[in-house]
Design a protein around this ligand. Structure first.
Ligand SMILES: Nc1ncnc2c1ncn2[C@@H]1O[C@H](COP(=O)(O)OP(=O)(O)O)[C@@H](O)[C@H]1O
Ligand SMILES: [Mg+2]
Length: 233
């Protein structure tokens, strides 16, 4: 579903990602870990097509992201959860979901059907559909941002630190929903600081340090890895 091959990016003259290669197979859940400033959001932006790569290739469902561009990515079947959620605060929850649904241009899907699915997955969304997204609590906004990524029934979901700022109780609720998404067969790239939680639900993981993939492997291997234990556990 997602294939990054030796991707390099820079901010002006400053190199950031160096030869980053990673892949997420169909229906696979993979996490990308790394300390603050390692380049995780830079990787997210490169996948979204927001930050052009200097070299290397990024393919989603076999299509080069460079040719697709950010708007077309939604219609390739990708749902994004950006860092900080970035909902439209003055629009209602329903309007936020509607915009994402329209962008996905997934033929044969009915908005009201999808809305009902999202209400089942996120019990608190239904009664909040008419509420301004900006007036919701952080936890509610996190759930809406995930519902927005899912409303067009994507095949791949890419999330950038979705649990940031949530209470431990909400984090566990949030990851239960993420695990259900994985069980439905969607491919997931989960970018996280919360290594233990991420590795407990993902099959594989990568560790990004200063713009380079330092370690990659099966989750159970990474949980025992000294560098990861030293950094996180
Ligand atoms: N727009 C930008 N211009 C210049 N430098 C940036 C920009 N965005 C991020 N950076 C720098 O790139 C590095 C990686 O940032 P980022 O990808 O956001 O890290 P992470 O998400 O892993 O915390 C940081 O040193 C950050 O300051
Ligand atoms: Mg980040």
């Amino acid at each position: 579903m997602l294939e990054m091959e030796r991707v390099c990016t820079s901010y002006g003259p400053v190199p950031m990602l160096r030869d980053v290669s990673l892949r997420v197979g169909e229906g696979e859940m993979v996490c990308l870990l790394g300390p603050n400033g390692a380049g995780k959001s830079t990787t997210f932006n490169a996948i979204c097509g927001l930050l052009p790569a200097d070299s290397g290739t990024i393919r989603i469902a076999g299509r080069d992201v460079k040719e697709a561009g950010p708007e077309r990515l939604a219609s390739l079947g990708v749902g994004f959860v950006p860092e900080g959620r970035r909902l439209f605060p003055t629009l209602t929850v329903r309007e936020n979901l509607r915009l994402a649904f329209d962008a996905a241009r997934n033929p044969g899907l009915d908005f009201e059907d999808r809305l009902a699915k999202m209400s089942a997955l996120f019990p608190r969304i239904e009664e909040r559909l008419g509420q301004g997204a900006g007036t919701m609590s952080g936890g509610e906004q996190a759930m809406v941002a995930l519902a927005r990524a899912l409303i067009g029934d994507p095949r791949l979901v890419v999330m950038d630190e979705p649990s940031l700022g949530l209470s431990p109780r909400l984090i566990s609720e949030y990851f239960q929903i993420v695990a259900r998404i994985r069980d439905e067969g969607k491919a997931v790239l989960l970018i996280e600081q919360n290594a233990e939680t991420a590795l407990s639900i993902a099959e594989r993981g990568y560790l990004l340090i200063r713009g380079q993939i330092a370690i990659s492997g099966a989750s159970e291997t990474l949980l025992k890895d000294d560098t990861i234990r030293h950094l996180y556990l």
